[in-house]
Structure formats: structure tokens, C-alpha cells
Write a protein that binds this ligand. Structure first.
Ligand code: MRU
Length: 351
């Protein structure tokens, strides 16, 4: 892969602003089918987030902000106060769609903050301008993460990642995948190992789909095999994404990240988190304050099948927390658009 332009042909945008709608990839249909959905109303943006048609911190932030854009487009009326009240109500509903990734509230607030003008049409225009800029800036930030992060990957290295912190979790290019793509563009010979990531299989359905499209050498392992990989020197570096990072660097990410970080410590393998600065929530002192989403146990017991049958007896109960928090002391560095920072250096980029 000689340059980033070739990558644009292989990886479509996950979230795209069109004249009167927002176009997203339906991630529930991957890897079998690349299907796009047109979002025309803010309620459709909320439904897409809730049903995981779009998922991943930056992508839901982009679709949440898209919800505000759509609400501004659909509003009929000329009263600026009513218009703002309508948008604030939409914002409340959007932010509630999923609780852990801070990017959702960030995206929504970005479009609304300080918005005031005497006319509805000029506010509508301003929202569209902000939304376009937000999408462009996020992609530029991911490319910077790639540039900083690829320096951590030596040619010949094997990188392990968990879940999908790829292009599909962002607007494009991804966070954990950004250093991988940039290393590929630099001509480094690398291998990628993917935790399949139960129960939604973001690793095997989505990250593998991305690796496949760009032609990377990759292999999927079950989540429980990662200890084997680390203890047999089959991994040189781990890079994961983040859904919310507290001010002290404690990081919420897909369930299974915390045990992976513990094992990385035990085996002396560098463990990096890649995230745009919008994922840092400076209002939270530590990871203990991060709200962890619990989803229906049916996702484990009913939605995943064993040769067409249920994986547990009909009356079995289950518990399905979908994120965990990795304490900052287990993190070698956080790769951001401002460079690679130790958890203790995060305050440097606080705006
Ligand atoms: O439940 P999801 O698929 O929205 O969770 C996403 C993740 O946790 C990913 O692992 C990712 O690291 C964060 S998104 C950049």
C-alpha cells in the first residue's frame, strides 16, 4: 500500500454527510453484506445507535451529532426559541441512546454549544457547517494517531487488538487500527491478531472485514486465547481503542480489555490505548466514575447460536456488562492526535 489514497478506495466512510441525510454503513450486516442506510430523521439516528447498526465511540458521536443536524433540517417553523427547544429535546434523547462512550454527548454538544442567532435558517446553516467540520476534523485526528502510533510498531511485529476500534468505529481510519494502517502505508511488514470479541463479534465480523479489505495479514482468535498468545511470544504490541478515558487515564473499553491489560503486564508486552482527545472525559477523576453499559443477557444466550441451537438452557440467566475499565497503571501510553502520552500527561491536552 503506497499511500493513504489507495486506502480510501478499500475502506468506505462509516458516516457521511449528504445534502439532506446522513449515510451510514449498517454494521449489523457485516461481513456478509456492505449495506448503507440513509438516516433522515433524528429518531432514526437514535435507533441506529441503540440497535448497533452503528457502534464504536467515534462513530456513535458522529451519528449523534448527525441526529442534531437531522433535527435542525426537519424542524418546521421560524421561531428561534422553539427551534432551540426542539434541538435541546432531541439532544437529550440522543445522549441517552448509549451511556459509556463520551463521544456521543461530545458530538451532540459540539453542534449546539453557543448557538444563538435571530433566525432559524442561519442556525440551520451553522449546524450544517459545524457538522461537516466535525467529521473532517475527526478523520484528520485519526490520521495523526496513525502517524504517531506507527512509530511504536516495528517492521516484522505482530499487533493484537480487541473488538473493533477500526474505521467502522470512527468516521474513517479508526483509532487502534490507525497505527496499523499507517505502518502498512510505510511499507512495514506486520501481522495482526484479532480477539473475536463476544458477544457482538466486532473483532471477527468487523475488524477482520477491514483487515481483509486492505490486504493485511491477520488471524482471529477467541478472546480466551489471548493469554496463550501473550505467553508464547506471539504478540509484540497490543493496541486497543477507548470509549471513555477518565482524567487519570483509567480507560473504559470493550469488555475483555482489562484482563488483556493485566496479562500484558505479566508478560511485559506494551499495552497502548489509541483514542481521539474527544474520548477523554476530564470531568471524571477516575475510572470508578465511568458508567458501564449493561445490555440484555439475550445477546449472550439467544442471539449467539451453537449449530443453530441455544447456547444455554431456556431458563438460564446471564449478566452482560459490555465494557470494563483498565486502570491507568496498566497502560503504557495513550496514542492521541497530539502524540503518545503517558496517562499522567493527559492534563497537557485539556482545553
Ligand atoms: O459496543 P461497541 O461496539 O460500541 O464498543 C466499541 C468498543 O468498545 C471498541 O472496542 C472501541 O475500542 C472503542 S470505539 C473507538
Amino acid at each position: 500500500m503506497k499511500n493513504i489514497k489507495l486506502l480510501t478506495k478499500k475502506l468506505p466512510l462509516t458516516v457521511e454527510l449528504k445534502s439532506d441525510h446522513v449515510l451510514i454503513i449498517d454494521q449489523t450486516k457485516l461481513p456478509a453484506r456492505l449495506r448503507f442506510i440513509k438516516l433522515k430523521k433524528y429518531q432514526q439516528a437514535i435507533a441506529a445507535i441503540k440497535t448497533m447498526q452503528v457502534r464504536g465511540a467515534q462513530a456513535i458521536g458522529a451519528v449523534g451529532a448527525g441526529g442534531i443536524f437531522l433535527a435542525s433540517q426537519s424542524y418546521r417553523g421560524n421561531n428561534p426559541n422553539y427551534f432551540m427547544a426542539f434541538l435541546r429535546q432531541a439532544a437529550k434523547e440522543i445522549i441517552k441512546a448509549r451511556p459509556t462512550a463520551v463521544n456521543l454527548a461530545w458530538g451532540v454538544k459540539n453542534l449546539l454549544i453557543g448557538l444563538n442567532d435571530s433566525s432559524v435558517s442561519s442556525m440551520r446553516q451553522e449546524i450544517r457547517r459545524r457538522y461537516k467540520l466535525l467529521l473532517e476534523n475527526e478523520v484528520a485526528n485519526n490520521i495523526k494517531i496513525g502517524e504517531y502510533g506507527q512509530k511504536l510498531i516495528k517492521s516484522g511485529a505482530t499487533v493484537l487488538t480487541h473488538c473493533n476500534a477500526g474505521s467502522l468505529s470512527a468516521i474513517w481510519y479508526g483509532t487502534a487500527t490507525a497505527p496499523i494502517f499507517s505502518a502498512l502505508i510505510k511499507g512495514k511488514k506486520i501481522k495482526v491478531r484479532l480477539d473475536e470479541t463476544r458477544p457482538w463479534l466486532q473483532g471477527s465480523r468487523l475488524t477482520a472485514w477491514e483487515m481483509d479489505r486492505v490486504g493485511l495479514d491477520y488471524a482471529i482468535n477467541i478472546d480466551a486465547a489471548s493469554g496463550y498468545l501473550l505467553s508464547h511470544n506471539l504478540v509484540d504490541i497490543i493496541i486497543v481503542g477507548a470509549d471513555r478515558i477518565a482524567a487519570n487515564g483509567d480507560t473504559a473499553n470493550k469488555i475483555g480489555t482489562y484482563p488483556l491489560a493485566l496479562m500484558a503486564k505479566e508478560h511485559g508486552i506494551p499495552f497502548y490505548v489509541a483514542a481521539v482527545s474527544a474520548t477523554i472525559d476530564f470531568s471524571l477523576r477516575s475510572g470508578r466514575e465511568i458508567k458501564i453499559e449493561e445490555r440484555s443477557g439475550q445477546e449472550i444466550l439467544r442471539d449467539i447460536k451453537y449449530r443453530g441451537q441455544r447456547v444455554a438452557p431456556g431458563k438460564a440467566q446471564s449478566f452482560n456488562p459490555v465494557f470494563d475499565v483498565t486502570p491507568h497503571k496498566l497502560i503504557s501510553g495513550i496514542i492521541t492526535e497530539f502524540g503518545v502520552l503517558s496517562p499522567g500527561q493527559l492534563a497537557r491536552i485539556k482545553k
